[in-house]
Design a protein around this ligand. Structure first.
Ligand SMILES: *Cc1c(COP(=O)(O)O)cnc(C)c1O
Length: 468
């Protein structure tokens, strides 16, 4: 027979109030958030992390303080901090203190971000943050959407809607067989890899449009449509408002105007660069963004939210809802037809259960105010201009294009891929910076991405000095 007493004791133990554990974890968080500059730390060797983790999963469990000490002293040192002001690779991260801390509030709340029924106040607060973004883009009052895990999930969800809308229209016009036509999405050669993934997942083809200087324009799209044998199968165009590799903003007005005329879904991927909407010095470059049928921006990039958070907005959310709403007997309770206000975030992307991951952004926005966001974004743009000047002035360096936002591409004359790697390895070894090279027009080149307001020109100079 089971010892029911013992059993129920161990069943309840891990849900019981535990002040010591609470203080242990909050202490760790407090130490991390109090360090003047988040350390970069290092990549980890598999043998090292395997040795640390070996045998940790046991039947009876281990003391939390022991495990936490191992995490803080060892495991966490093999994690590169994307929020270090010396992180210049990929796209860095720089969550505000308010956003990081409120993320813990979200975690402690177990709030199910699916529906109005379950999380009205949280959903409304998330929507307030979404409204700030859609207003900056000039989208209409009825626009709306949802926070999803990242730009990839946002691009996928938006383009599923684009495909289904186009397919419905083709079927209405040409009959049922039109369901089987190959559909295409027009892109530039700089489109993000997640769009290529999306095309594969939703089984559409990409039409890569020739561009001058890698910037997609309305003119280039018009030429491609004119040349195409089956233009009616081009159902969407993806413009990027800040390419990840080089920071290029496509000709949104030209593309959007043409897309409108031709009934082509206009999607704008602003995962990285969308934040520039809030920076007056570059805002004119986004002219035409208000024409978007769908628009995404990652707050976990340049809007200073913690991972993982992407904002997905639709000009007409009802269309997205008609594509993404999941129907099941047990979910009927979420939907009511009595005309009362209802906004179920789950209806606007391919997911069901969701973390209310827009709340850290919302809290930080409300606490810090919008001007702080503008200033912080502008500081990254200003730093980028200064770094570009340093590179222009150095005889052994070449700036590959005038930076638009906060990405710098440069060449160290005479360097091969191995030289860039060696330079980067040295910088990481003594924690000066984390940098990775990229390819541009077939060549390995140097690349910086900035967005952390605590990054100084001197930190960048320290890295450039070592290219001499
Ligand atoms: C980062 C990025 C993505 C992908 O976003 P994730 O949040 O990493 O999924 C998509 N498009 C662009 C332009 C990006 O910069």
């Amino acid at each position: 027979m089971l010892d029911t007493n013992l059993n129920s004791h161990s069943a309840q133990r891990m849900h019981a109030v535990d002040e010591d554990l609470t203080q242990l974890i909050l202490g760790h968080v407090a130490r991390r958030l109090s360090s003047a500059e988040t350390p970069l730390d290092f990549p980890g060797q598999k043998s090292t992390v395997d040795a640390l983790l070996d045998g940790l999963v046991t039947s009876a469990g281990l003391p939390a303080d022991q495990v936490m000490r191992m995490y803080e002293d060892h495991l966490s040192k093999t994690v590169l901090s994307a929020d270090s002001p010396r992180f210049f690779a990929f796209i860095p991260s720089a969550p505000t203190k308010a956003a990081l801390l409120f993320d813990m509030v979200v975690s402690a709340a177990s709030l199910q971000g699916i529906s109005w029924l379950e999380a009205a106040g949280a959903v409304a607060a998330e929507n307030q943050a979404l409204r700030w973004i859609s207003d900056a883009a000039g989208l209409p009052a009825q626009s709306g959407g949802v926070f999803v895990s990242g730009g990839s999930a946002a691009n996928l969800s938006a383009l599923i809607v684009a495909r289904d809308v186009a397919r419905r229209r083709l079927v209405a016009r040409d009959g049922d067989d039109a369901r089987f036509r190959r559909l295409r999405i027009a892109v530039s050669d700089q489109v993000h890899s997640s769009i290529k993934n999306t095309a594969s997942i939703i089984d559409v083809d990409l039409l890569v449009i020739d561009t001058d200087d890698h910037r997609l324009t309305g003119k280039a799209l018009a030429a491609a449509l004119a040349r195409d044998a089956e233009p009616e199968t081009i159902v969407a165009v993806v413009a990027t408002s800040g390419t990840t590799n080089a920071g290029i903003i496509d000709d949104l007005r030209g593309i959007g105007t043409l897309a409108r005329e031709r009934d082509i879904w206009f999607h704008i991927d602003g995962a990285y660069g969308g934040a520039g909407l809030f920076a007056p010095t570059v805002r004119p470059l986004y002219d035409g963004i208000e024409l978007a049928d769908s628009f995404i921006v990652d707050p976990h990039k340049w809007l200073f939210a913690p991972f993982d958070c992407a904002a997905l907005l639709y000009r007409d959310p009802q269309i997205a809802k008609s594509v993404h709403t999941q129907h099941a007997g047990y979910l009927d309770a979420l939907h009511h037809d009595d005309g009362s206000y209802e906004w179920n975030p789950t209806d606007y992307a391919y997911h069901l259960t969701r973390r209310a991951r827009g709340l850290p952004l919302w809290f930080s926005l409300v606490v810090n105010g919008t001007q702080a966001y503008t200033d912080a974004i502008e500081s990254g743009i200003e730093l980028t201009r200064q770094v570009a000047d340093l590179i222009r002035q150095a005889p052994h360096l070449e700036l590959l294009r005038d930076p638009t936002l906060s990405v710098v591409l440069f060449r160290r004359i005479g360097w091969t891929a191995a030289d860039y790697d060696e330079w980067a390895a040295g910088l990481l070894a003594d924690q000066t910076a984390f940098i990775t090279s990229t390819t541009w027009e077939g060549e390995t080149v140097g690349r910086y991405a900035f967005l952390h307001p605590a990054t100084t020109l001197q930190m960048v100079r320290d890295t450039l000095d070592r290219t001499a």
